[in-house]
Design a binder for this molecule. Sequence first.
Ligand SMILES: [Fe+2]
Length: 202
Amino acid sequence: MAFELPKLKYAFDALEPHIDAKTMEIHHGKHHAGYTKKLNAAIEGTDLEGKNIENILENLDKSNKAVRNNGGGFYNHRLFWEIMSPDGGGKPSGELEKAIDNAFGSFDAFKEEFSKAAAGQFGSGWAWLCVHEGGKVEICSTANQDNPLMPGIGCEGTPILGIDVWEHAYYLNYQNKRPEYIDAFFNVIDWKEVGSRYAKHK
Ligand SMILES: [Fe+2]
């Protein structure tokens, strides 16, 4: 079974004004679709064909640029769409709230550190909130379409929240004002979804 571009659970304009419809349409329909297509082409006829994406990334040969870039791109964007919602915003609750308080002191301190990681990622990449076995959470960032599941990437654990800071994610609406986009992203984070990922992977 080849990988398929996942359908969004909301309309392209559902995240406005925080993320505009045109950006969503191009990001999903062109960029994510492109990664999906190129991933399928890269694994076709190899022993990676038929494996799930987590397995492919966890056992990645990083010198395989086509699988690294497009496998990362496929996984990262799928996560990104799922942890956003038109009903998002606010703060985490329950166990995740406790884990964030333990790691950063408060939600506001977490938000500041996560925003700093996202703003400070030089060039294209992602900032992540990852959970480690045992429940500890950590913030890190990766370049291009790299991902914490990939071995030896300098960022470990399972990502439960991620923000795309490639210019294609924000340039139409925010131009070079990446910090404004990061701030707006907090209005669409689906903390219920992030919390259930925390519970699943801790
Ligand atoms: Fe993207």
